[in-house]
Design a protein around this ligand. Structure first.
Ligand SMILES: O=C[C@H](O)COP(=O)(O)O
Length: 269
C-alpha cells in the first residue's frame, strides 16, 4: 500500500515578522495555486506572533502549523502557549512537537513531547512529532536506539484510531544535519533510519503504519531534495532555509513532486 499524498512544508523557526510571513504565504499561495488539486499536502509553520496574520491570508489550501504548544489548556506557565489559545485562532491545522532545537536548546524531554502529542490530538490538531539523533549518538552507533526511544515515548498512549485518522506525522531530522552548521545526511543513511522507523511503527500499530507519513528534514535543498524524496521510505520533506522565500519553496516543491510521482507515491508499508 502507498501513502496517497506527498507532504512538503517549511518551519520558519524564529525568522520573519508577522507582515513578512503574511507576504510570504500570500505569494506562496498564488504560486502553488495550481497544485491545490494535486495529491500534495503543503504546510507552513510560522512563529506564534505571526499566526493571526498568516491565518488571515487566502492560503489556497496551504496548511498552517504552530512550532510548539504546552499540553495544558491554561495554567501558571509563563511564556507558554496553550492548545486553547491556538484553537481560538481558528486557523491552525498542525502542531510541531519536539523539534531538535526545542529538545537541545530548551531541554524538552520525550515525556513532555508525549504530553504535547496527546494534547494536540485531543484538541483536534495534527501532531508533527520530530525525532533525530545527535552527532554523538550517531558516533556511538546508537541512532536507532535514540529514534526508537523518541518515537515510542512520544507516541505512548496514542490510539490506533488516531493513527488511522492520519493525524500523526513523523519528521526525522538528524540534529547534526540541521541548520547553517548542518552536514547533509547521505541518502542511504536516511533510508536506513526511515525504514527502521517504519518497522517500529508497524510493530506499534499493526496494519496502521501506512497512515503515518515519514518526512525527512535537515539541510534539504535543490541539490539533494530529489535524492531524498526518491527514497522508498521518505513520504515528504520538511525544509528550513531552502524554502523561506516563496519562489524557492515553489520550485523545490515542483522538483520534489516530479520525483515523487516517478517513484509511484510513498510507502510501501
Ligand atoms: O525544521 C526544519 C529543519 O530544522 C531543517 O532546517 P534546515 O533545512 O535549515 O537545515
Amino acid at each position: 500500500m502507498k501513502l496517497p499524498r506527498l507532504f512538503f512544508g517549511t518551519n520558519l523557526k524564529m525568522y520573519q515578522t508577522a507582515s513578512e510571513t503574511a507576504a510570504f504565504l500570500g505569494e506562496l499561495a498564488q504560486l502553488t495555486a495550481d497544485l491545490r488539486e494535486e495529491p500534495i499536502i503543503r504546510f507552513v509553520i510560522p512563529s506564534f506572533p505571526s499566526l493571526p496574520a498568516a491565518g488571515a491570508v487566502e492560503r489556497n489550501g496551504i496548511r498552517l502549523g504552530a512550532q510548539n504548544m504546552h499540553w495544558e489548556n491554561a495554567g501558571q506557565y509563563t511564556g507558554e502557549v496553550s492548545p486553547l489559545m491556538l484553537r481560538d485562532l481558528g486557523c491552525i491545522d498542525l502542531v510541531e512537537i519536539g523539534h531538535s532545537e526545542r529538545r537541545q536548546l530548551f531541554g524538552e524531554t520525550s515525556q513532555q513531547c508525549n504530553q504535547k502529542v496527546l494534547s494536540a490530538l485531543a484538541n483536534g490538531f495534527t501532531a508533527l512529532l520530530c525525532v533525530g539523533e545527535t552527532a554523538a549518538e550517531k558516533y556511538y552507533s546508537i541512532s536507532d536506539e535514540t529514534l526508537a526511544i523518541q518515537l515510542k515515548v512520544g507516541l505512548a498512549d496514542v490510539s490506533p484510531a488516531e493513527i488511522a485518522a492520519g493525524r500523526v506525522w513523523i519528521a526525522y531530522e538528524p540534529v547534526w544535519a540541521i541548520g547553517v552548521n548542518g552536514k547533509p545526511a547521505p541518502p542511504a543513511y536516511v533510508q536506513e533510519r526511515h525504514q527502521r522507523l517504519r518497522l517500529l511503527l508497524r510493530e506499534l500499530y499493526p496494519g496502521q503504519c501506512c497512515s503515518v507519513p515519514l518526512l525527512y528534514g535537515g539541510s534539504v535543498n535543490s541539490e539533494n531534495a530529489s535524492a531524498y524524496i526518491g527514497l522508498e521510505d521518505v513520504d515528504g520533506l520538511f525544509v528550513g532555509r531552502a524554502a523561506w522565500n516563496a519562489p524557492a519553496f515553489d520550485a523545490l516543491l515542483r522538483q520534489v513532486y516530479a520525483v515523487w510521482k516517478e517513484k509511484g507515491g510513498s510507502g510501501p508499508c
